[in-house]
Every structure is written in structure tokens, then in C-alpha cells.
Design a binder for this molecule. Structure first.
Ligand SMILES: NC(=O)C1=CN([C@@H]2O[C@H](COP(=O)(O)OP(=O)(O)OC[C@H]3O[C@@H](n4cnc5c(N)ncnc54)[C@H](OP(=O)(O)O)[C@@H]3O)[C@@H](O)[C@H]2O)[C@H](O)CC1
Ligand SMILES: Cc1cc2nc3c(=O)[nH]c(=O)nc-3n(C[C@H](O)[C@H](O)[C@H](O)COP(=O)(O)O)c2cc1C
Ligand SMILES: Cc1ncc(COP(=O)(O)O)c(C=O)c1O
Ligand SMILES: [K+]
Length: 571
């Protein structure tokens, strides 16, 4: 095995780094050579010698892996002394995983790096899936339709884009539209269907029956409202897919003209519905795209299996890929380069998320009214009620709260902490007694807490004075934490400057060893809890038109007793 001394390594490092982009762009064999040097220190010897032999040249698969590795190194930067393990870990993964790693690091899938299918390839893949590969059309259509529905749900929230019209054609593309509409119904949208040329096969009649049982309305072409823009938020174009040929015949020619024309006339004044095309923007040539330039200009394209050639011309903001069913034989046979699906998702975005206009981002809160008559007399009881509802709604960390403090200079600072207990005495969290927040609290005990439970449209504000909890309480809580967090608390001189992550790891390792035989890790003196005793609690429930409900509790003396007065505040 070739050993490089540190100087040689440095030379290669600089050399490769400066030449990296051009190597990647040209995808020349130099990439292989360079990477081989790079790998010299890091690869398991058999793999290295297999790669390093000048002839025969590396197989296309190895070559591709090396290019991916270069991309990865480029994105990550060179991890210095740590690059050996990083590369080794990369090399131990499957080709697919490597590709996914590189893509994840780049944060998106570059449209120019993926495969596009011809019409013939698309039809052939379909035949292969439904022939030798054992799929049924029902299965593929179900998965395709689900992909479309999940893509729509990712780009267009049901709270804003509820009313959907799915226009379905006579073939499988139309079937995908019917399936998507069913899933969208279950996702909380309100779909309608226009399905003028029904196919009398059990698959399609079944899909129609399923939608009818959900009371999804079917509209004839004649029944379509003259102004689609005011009636619908999304128009799903499921008219034609990859088997489209020639010029569209009635009644679809007219429907496609309406979709294409709508874009133009609506641009000037009002919000027009989003047009979502399934697999192919209907009317486009499957390979050449919008030949006349007068065709549909969809806002979203959901390509199925792999994008067809016409998708290269798609200019809308949302291009998704769906149809997560491609088995390796197909991917290999057609040399498919496709973005990896994240986690368990049925769809993946192609290209970058479009830039958003921040000033236009807003939610309209729709919630049940929050009335004086229904609230608890005691704010802690009311807090517990809302907290339990936040837990029941499946919120992640409903106990996360923003804590705001201000020291003697009066300058406020905020950070998140975790609520660890709440009762009549107040709200408890744990932290480092030498942190910034602790310093500020020692100078000024007044602080505020803020909870935001987004999916419930709820906010709770709490203000009051803060005291440390007893040492016994802190001890008890400290030892209930996972051992790693206990050691972490010892390692971290919270809010002080650290020279690097490595220092923390080193100290952590040393302490882990030190305490390996110790049952009880001692709580550092400078770690413990605080309790905020509320002087004011406000419950906020978001409502439409910004006319929110705000009920505020503040304490009052009545006959020498402390009682809570509830007032409503203007939103
Ligand atoms: N593997 C996959 O990716 C899967 C994709 N699916 C979806 O299926 C379509 C392809 O479906 P297919 O049925 O082959 O074709 P179309 O939906 O495009 O439509 C064919 C019908 O349209 C008629 N047609 C064709 N051209 C015209 C025209 N110019 N005017 C009017 N009508 C036209 C055609 O009739 P013909 O008489 O011309 O043959 C057919 O009736 C794919 O794009 C995906 O969306 C599957 O759901 C799952 C697997
Ligand atoms: C969700 C969440 C929960 C947190 N919980 C705590 C906590 O309970 N205690 C804590 O000391 N820091 C917690 N942190 C870290 C703090 O936000 C903060 O970085 C740290 O306490 C230092 O703050 P300071 O320098 O203002 O004192 C949490 C951060 C997040 C995002
Ligand atoms: C620095 C720090 N301390 C304490 C906590 C609270 O953690 P635990 O639930 O383990 O007490 C957190 C939580 O994020 C934290 O980041
Ligand atoms: K279509």
C-alpha cells in the first residue's frame, strides 16, 4: 500500500482542492487518478489495490463512486486529519447510499444531473414493471396517485389551497388523478372531479365508486364553472400522460386551452389557481415539450418513475418526483440517476425550493372560540389543560419555552429552555448557574416565558420573578437525566467561549472514563433549577382576520386573599 507522508498529503490536498471543480465538470479520468491518491491512506487494502491498478481502468460503477466521493469532499470541505475515517465510512456504503449522501450534502437534487426518459423508454419501463417485475396496474396507479397527493400537500397547504378540481383523461394519467383526489380528500382538501371520457374497466369504475362514497362531486365539462379561478385553488391536470400523441381531440382540446389561457388572463389581477400537472403537462409533446409555446404552464409538475424529456422545459416553481417503486433492475437497465427519496416520503423535490417573498408569508388562524365562560378560574389549571391538549395533539416538545431575561443593563435576551415542572408555585427549568441567563437573573429576577403551540394556534405568556429551586430538588432532577446529559452538564461551562468541538469531546471522553465505575455522577454545584412564580399569564388563541382571543390572568388581593382576575385584551 502506498504511504504518503504529510507533506505529500498537503500537496495533494491543495492540488485536488484547486482543481476539484474543473475535474468534476469535465468528469475526466483525472478524477479517478486524483481520488486514488487521496484514498491511499484510507481504503481497505484490497479495495485500494483494485482501484489503484492503472489497468484495467476502473469500472464505470467505481468511477461513479469516486466522482461522488469528490463531490462529497467538496461539499464537506476536507476534514483535515479526520478525512481517513470519513472516506472509509463513505466507501463502506452502497452506491445508492453514497449518492444519497452526496445529494443530501448539496441540499438538493440538481435537475441537470438526473435522467430523463424518452416516450418509448417510459412505455417500456411500464411494460416491464407490469410484466416480468410482477406489478399490477392498480398497484402502480395507487402509488403514483399517492405520490401526487403528497407532493401537492408539500407545496400547497390545505389551509390555503383547499378547493381542488382534478381533470382526468381517459388513460392511466386520468387514473392517477382519481387516486390522487381520493388521497387529497383524506388529507383535508375538498376535491371535485371532471372525468368526461370514462374508461369502462373495473379499475376505473372502482376508483369512481370510491370517490362517490366520499361524496366527492363529479362535474361534466358543461357544468364546469366559467371562471375556474374563483372556484378552485388547485387544478390537477391528469388529462394526458406519456402516451399522448398528435393534437388533443375534443373535449380535451378545449379544456387544455382553458388551462393554458387562464394563466395569461389571470396574471394581471388576481390570485390564480395553481396548476399541477401529473407526469406530463397535458398537450405538451412528451419529448419536445411545449412546441407551440401556447401550452399549459403548470406551477407544479409531478414526474412519475423518472421525468420525461419534456420536463427539461418545465419552468414552474415546484418539480417533484413520485412513484417510489423503481426496483434496481429497472434503475440499472435504464441507468437511472434519480434523487433519493427522503425518509419514508413518497415524493422528492427536484431542484431548489423557490425563493419566497417573506412579506407575503402569513397564516389565517381558524380555531374554536376561546371564551371567558369556559376557562378555569386558576391559570395553572388552565395551563395544564392546554398543555395536555398540546401533548394529545402530538406536538414535538410542547414543554419547550422561550425564556427572556434582562440584567442590570436592561438589555433583554431570549433562549429556549425546557419546562420540567409546573404547579401553583410556578414554572421550573434547569440550567447552568454560571450562564448568561443566570448572570442576568442574579442581577434582575424578573423574567418571562413564552410557549407557542403552532398547530393549535396557541400561545401562552408568563411573567414573574425567578428563584433557584432547592438543592435537593436539583439533585433529584439531575440524577434522573441520562448519564450522557449529566456528563455533558459537567463538561459545559455554559455560555463561555470554547476553542473547538474537539475540546468538549475530549473532556467528555475523559469524564466518561473517570465515571465508568461510578454509579452516581456528582451534580456540579453550578447546575440546577429555577422557578418562575407567575404574576401574569396570558392565553392566546389565534382567530380569523387577526381577531384573536386573549385572556389574561393577573393576581389581585381580595379580603387579604390572592385571587386571579381574568380580563380580555384586544388582539
Ligand atoms: N410507470 C409509471 O410511471 C406509471 C405511470 N402511470 C401513469 O400512466 C400514464 C400513462 O398512461 P397511459 O394510459 O399509457 O397514457 P395516457 O394517460 O397518456 O393516455 C392515453 C389515453 O389518451 C388517449 N390519447 C392519446 N393522445 C390523445 C389525443 N391527442 N387526443 C385525445 N386522446 C388522446 C389515448 O387514446 P388513443 O385512442 O389515442 O390511444 C388513451 O386513451 C403516465 O403518464 C402516468 O401518469 C401509471 O398510473 C402507473 C405507472
Ligand atoms: C428546544 C430547546 C430546549 C433547550 N432547553 C434548555 C434547557 O432546558 N436548559 C438549558 O440550559 N439550555 C437549554 N437549551 C439551550 C438554550 O437555548 C441556550 O442555548 C443555553 O441555555 C445558553 O443560554 P444563555 O447563554 O443565554 O444562558 C435549549 C435549547 C433548545 C433549542
Ligand atoms: C444545554 C441544555 N441543558 C439542559 C437541557 C434540558 O435537557 P434535559 O431534558 O436533559 O434536562 C437542554 C435541552 O435541550 C439543553 O440544551
Ligand atoms: K397530465
Amino acid at each position: 500500500m502506498l504511504l504518503l507522508n504529510s507533506r505529500a498529503r498537503l500537496v495533494f490536498y491543495v492540488h485536488v482542492r484547486t482543481r476539484m471543480w474543473s475535474i468534476l465538470r469535465n468528469k475526466t479520468a483525472t478524477a479517478t487518478t486524483m481520488t486514488c491518491f487521496f484514498l491511499a491512506h484510507s481504503l481497505p487494502p484490497p479495495l485500494f489495490s483494485a482501484l489503484f491498478k492503472p489497468s484495467p481502468p476502473p469500472t464505470p460503477q467505481i468511477h461513479r463512486s469516486l466522482l461522488l466521493l469528490l463531490r462529497l469532499l467538496l461539499c464537506q470541505g476536507f476534514p483535515g486529519a479526520g478525512w481517513g475515517p470519513a472516506i472509509r465510512s463513505f466507501c463502506s456504503r452502497s452506491d445508492r447510499e453514497r449518492r444519497a449522501m452526496a445529494d443530501r450534502l448539496e441540499g438538493f437534487c440538481d435537475p441537470s444531473s438526473i435522467s430523463y426518459l424518452t416516450q418509448r423508454e417510459a412505455a417500456e419501463i411500464d411494460e416491464n414493471l407490469m410484466g416480468p417485475l410482477g406489478f399490477s396496474v392498480d398497484q402502480l396507479m395507487e402509488l403514483a396517485g399517492l405520490s401526487v397527493a403528497t407532493s401537492i400537500a408539500e407545496a400547497y397547504k390545505a389551509s390555503e389551497y383547499k378547493r381542488i378540481l382534478a381533470i382526468c383523461g381517459p388513460g392511466n394519467n386520468g387514473g392517477d388523478g382519481l387516486v390522487a383526489a381520493r388521497h387529497l380528500f383524506h388529507f383535508g382538501y375538498k376535491p371535485c372531479i371532471c372525468y368526461p371520457k370514462r374508461t369502462p374497466k373495473p379499475l376505473y369504475t372502482g376508483l369512481v365508486t370510491q370517490l362517490e362514497s366520499l361524496r366527492v362531486p363529479f362535474l361534466s365539462v358543461e357544468d364546469l364553472p366559467s371562471d375556474l379561478s374563483s372556484e378552485f385553488d388547485i387544478l390537477v391536470d391528469a388529462v394526458f400522460g406519456f402516451s399522448f400523441h398528435g393534437a388533443a381531440r375534443p373535449p380535451f382540446d378545449d379544456i387544455i386551452r382553458r388551462l393554458a389561457g387562464m394563466r395569461k388572463s389571470d396574471q394581471a389581477n388576481k390570485k390564480s389557481p395553481a396548476i399541477v400537472s401529473i407526469d406530463i403537462p397535458s398537450g405538451w409533446h412528451v419529448e419536445e415539450g411545449d412546441v407551440s409555446g401556447e401550452g399549459i404552464k403548470p406551477d407544479m409538475l409531478v414526474s412519475l418513475t423518472a421525468p420525461k424529456l419534456c420536463a427539461k422545459q418545465f419552468r414552474g416553481p415546484h418539480h417533484f418526483l413520485g412513484g417510489r417503486f423503481v426496483p434496481p433492475p429497472i434503475a440499472e437497465k435504464y441507468n437511472l440517476r434519480l434523487p433519493p427519496y427522503p425518509g419514508t416520503s413518497m415524493c422528492v423535490r427536484i431542484g431548489k425550493i423557490p425563493q419566497v417573498d417573506i412579506s407575503s408569508m402569513r397564516e389565517n388562524y381558524i380555531s374554536p372560540e376561546f371564551q371567558e365562560e369556559e376557562v378555569e378560574a386558576h391559570p395553572i389549571k388552565q395551563f395544564r389543560k392546554w398543555f395536555e391538549e398540546a401533548v394529545a395533539a402530538g406536538l414535538r416538545e410542547p414543554n419547550a419555552m422561550a425564556l427572556s431575561t434582562a440584567g442590570k443593563d436592561g438589555k433583554p435576551s431570549s433562549r429556549m429552555v425546557l419546562l420540567k415542572g409546573v404547579d401553583e408555585d410556578g414554572f421550573v427549568w434547569y440550567t447552568n448557574y454560571e450562564s448568561q441567563k443566570a448572570r442576568e437573573l442574579s442581577e434582575n429576577p424578573w423574567a418571562s416565558l413564552l410557549f407557542y403551540w403552532e398547530s393549535l394556534n396557541r400561545q401562552v405568556r408568563v411573567e414573574g420573578s425567578v428563584e433557584k429551586v432547592s438543592n435537593e430538588e436539583s439533585e433529584l432532577y439531575f440524577h434522573s437525566r441520562p448519564r450522557g446529559s449529566q456528563i455533558g452538564a459537567i463538561v459545559s461551562n455554559q455560555s463561555s467561549i470554547v476553542p473547538g468541538r474537539q475540546v468538549l469531546h475530549q473532556q467528555y471522553k475523559e469524564l466518561e472514563e473517570k465515571f465508568s465505575d461510578v454509579n452516581l455522577i456528582p451534580k456540579p454545584k453550578h447546575w440546577g433549577g429555577y422557578r418562575l412564580k407567575p404574576e401574569l399569564i396570558e392565553f392566546w388563541q389565534g382567530q380569523q382576520s387577526r381577531l384573536h382571543d386573549r385572556l389574561q390572568y393577573c393576581p389581585q388581593e381580595v379580603d387579604g386573599r390572592r385571587v386571579w382576575r381574568i380580563v380580555r385584551l384586544a388582539p
